[in-house]
Ligand binder design. Structure first.
Ligand SMILES: [Zn+2]
Length: 398
């Protein structure tokens, strides 16, 4: 067996990965091509699932026996933008200070990818009974959409994986469930006019306010009906409204108002059904009077609803093979719940057992001066060493 990777090897990989500017709207291919060539050098078999435009791709790389599904180590290669953030260090240059490594993506989640890559050589040199699959995706930070191509490719063409470890930053604790997400942008197209003659216009801001009040009413109902024992914090489906834009001046009836809204759903609440309720209200209550004024004034007045993202809930599963495996190797026995979305739910929808377990803290994700503690990389590296030994000794997840 090859030498046990050192924490320094993980750091070296992290430095390299952070230097690729893989903000979601940019291509991730330079990173993917580099990693793919590296893994192929050790005998990994690789497949790419590109996006439609051909400027991004997911990488699937397998080492070990090909006739069975193995353990998926899953992570996204994209990161959130740094524009408008005040960084003390250069965001795309890994910088060490007091046991911490600063850089965009260090915690979310190139730290995990770096640890996996540092262990690739040892995995390849081991007599694996259970294969490993690296699943490195794109477009996670814009709604977890990129990985779907990979998940469907695996589901349709490859042996079903036994377990999926999604290495999002959990400080190396087990997370077995997260909320789902459904979001829309609504654009109200009203009729402008002088504010002294309100009946000759259709005020887009007032229409938007009616919809937002309706959303708030649903939120209150969901709060009142929450199952407080489900382990989620807060235990109910929550409403997001973060952006609203409209109007030009206090004395002009606004012809346009747009806002973004969405729900983070707990298991048991159907995000699509909640959204349907809102869309029905818009169609039946808010849009008709708007349209009527538009017709009178010879202007097209209507309301547009654009779906933005739709992520299933990652439903806690006591019998998850992935969770059992991590418990068995770490001795941890608590399974947490979080309110942010991950790719684990897409794997679960495809029928694969998943768990979220990775180095670094979500508290540093997406912020300026994002960092990962070196000790977190060391812990993740130690876990991967154990996992590799387990894959040599075992054939199946217990
Ligand atoms: Zn992430």
């Amino acid at each position: 067996m090859a030498n046990l990777p050192k924490t320094e090897d993980c750091i070296a990989w992290l430095e390299k990965l952070v230097a690729f500017d893989t903000v979601s709207h940019k291509s991730n291919l330079p990173l993917i091509e580099d990693v793919k060539a590296y893994l192929e050098g050790f005998g990994f078999e690789t497949r790419l699932t590109p996006n439609e435009e051909g400027d991004k791709a997911n990488l699937w790389a397998t080492i070990g026996p090909k006739d069975r599904g193995g353990i998926v180590l899953s992570g996204h290669t994209d990161v959130v933008p740094v524009e408008g953030q005040d960084w003390a260090t250069e965001p795309f240059k890994l910088t060490e200070k007091n046991g911490r490594l600063y850089g965009r993506g260090s915690a979310d989640m190139k730290g995990f990818l770096a640890c996996c890559l540092a262990h690739a050589e040892r995995m390849a040199a081991s007599d694996l009974k259970t294969p490993f699959h690296f699943a490195f995706s794109y477009d996670e930070e814009v709604g977890c959409t990129g990985v779907l191509g990979l998940v469907h490719d695996v589901r349709d063409n490859l042996p079903a994986p036994q377990a999926v470890i999604v290495g999002e930053p959990t400080l190396m604790t087990i997370v077995g469930g997260h909320k789902g997400g459904h979001s829309y942008e609504t654009i109200v197209h009203g009729v402008d006019g002088h504010s002294s003659m309100p009946d000759l216009g259709a005020n887009a801001i007032i229409a938007a306010a009616k919809i937002i009040t309706f959303l708030d009413g649903i939120h209150e109902r969901l709060r009142a009906n929450a199952d407080t024992t489900n382990g989620f914090e807060p235990p109910h489906t929550t409403l997001d409204i973060g952006v609203i834009e409209g109007g030009q001046a206090h004395n002009i009836i606004p012809a346009r108002c747009s806002f973004k809204w969405g729900f983070r759903t707990v298991p048991g609440d159907d995000g699509a059904a909640i959204a349907r309720e809102v869309l029905d209200f818009i169609e039946n209550e808010v849009e008709p009077p708007l349209k009527a004024i538009g017709e009178k004034m010879g202007v097209k007045a209507f309301i547009e609803n654009i779906p933005r993202h739709d992520l299933p809930t990652f439903i806690p599963d006591e019998n998850s093979a992935a969770e059992h495996l991590v418990r068995q190797l770490t001795g941890l026995n608590h399974s947490g719940r979080v309110s942010y979305g991950t790719e684990a739910s897409h794997f679960q929808q495809a029928g694969f057992h998943g768990v979220i377990f990775g180095p670094g803290s979500i508290e540093q994700a997406h912020l300026p001066d994002e960092f990962i503690a070196i000790d977190q990389l060391a812990q993740c590296s130690a876990f991967l060493a154990k996992l590799t030994d387990w894959a040599v000794a075992n054939k199946q997840v217990a």
